[in-house]
Design a protein around this ligand. Structure first.
Ligand code: GLP
Length: 245
């Protein structure tokens, strides 16, 4: 893993965006694996600006998102489809036909099947953007005895439901289940850009940076096995974790 320590969350977002922009400029038809969450939401404005400034062209880019809530209408403002449209797709010259977000509506097993097919048909992801949940999940691969390789349904942990309640009117409105890319899908990406910030990520980042274990109770730890992963955190989080370069 390449570990980059920045001076602030803004710098973390800019660094992650710069890597994505370089990827697209090197390979204009890049396939990007994209993430949601407030960390990813901090990165997208830099991509939008670079596109507006003529510094990056999304016309040949294709994307696939990590996950979507089960039972949510894509028009719901907190669906990951709506988030992606609002944060990125509506503001850059991407062809939305080339953007995949799993469907939260209809029979979830059918959505999983369609999502797995879309992941396979799209070919290898060139760059996968990742954040992390408080409980160490990546995508929505929650901690447990077992992790899954391909896209599947995932019951969200209480910690994830509580963390995501901030996006909904009340905690009862937070979906309890999601469809997520699997760990194998994530690990097959050519490169990974991982970004995290905030004190509440300390445990997850400690497990990622401060020991050598690959632990299914901390799904984020699989990143240690990836041959081309860049981890970007700010110095405040690095300090809380006890990490020094
Ligand atoms: C959601 C997503 C994850 C993401 C996480 C991080 O749970 N499913 O893929 O990593 O949010 O959220 P935040 O950046 O808001 O802490």
């Amino acid at each position: 893993m390449k570990i980059v320590i920045t001076t602030s969350f803004e710098e973390t977002c800019k660094k992650a965006a710069d890597i994505i922009i370089d990827q697209i400029n090197t390979k204009p038809d890049s396939r990007l694996g994209l993430a949601t969450g407030s960390t990813a939401a901090g990165i997208y404005p830099y991509l939008v600006k670079a596109n507006k400034d003529g510094k990056v062209d999304f016309s040949k880019v294709s994307t696939v998102n990590l996950d979507e809530y089960v039972g949510i209408d894509p028009k719901h403002p907190e669906s990951y489809r709506a988030c992606m449209d609002r944060w990125l797709f509506d503001h850059v010259n991407i062809d939305k036909k080339n953007t995949v977000v799993a469907s939260g509506l209809g029979d979830p097993d059918e959505s999983v099947k369609a999502f797995n097919k879309a992941i396979a048909d799209g070919g290898q992801i060139d760059l996968q953007l990742l954040g992390v949940g408080l409980d160490g999940h990546i995508g929505f691969n929650e901690p447990g005895k077992v992790l899954y390789s391909h896209a599947h349904r995932e019951k969200l942990t209480d910690s994830t439901i509580e963390a995501n309640a901030r996006f909904f009117d009340k905690i009862e409105d937070v979906p309890k289940e999601a469809i997520s890319m699997g760990m194998g899908d994530i690990m097959k990406a050519k490169s990974i850009v991982f970004a995290a910030n905030g004190e509440n990520k300390t445990e997850a980042i400690k497990n990622l940076l401060m020991n050598d274990a690959i632990d299914s109770q901390w799904p984020v730890t699989v990143i240690k096995m990836h041959p081309d992963a860049t981890v970007i955190i700010d110095e405040e989080l690095a300090k809380m974790v006890g990490y020094s370069c």
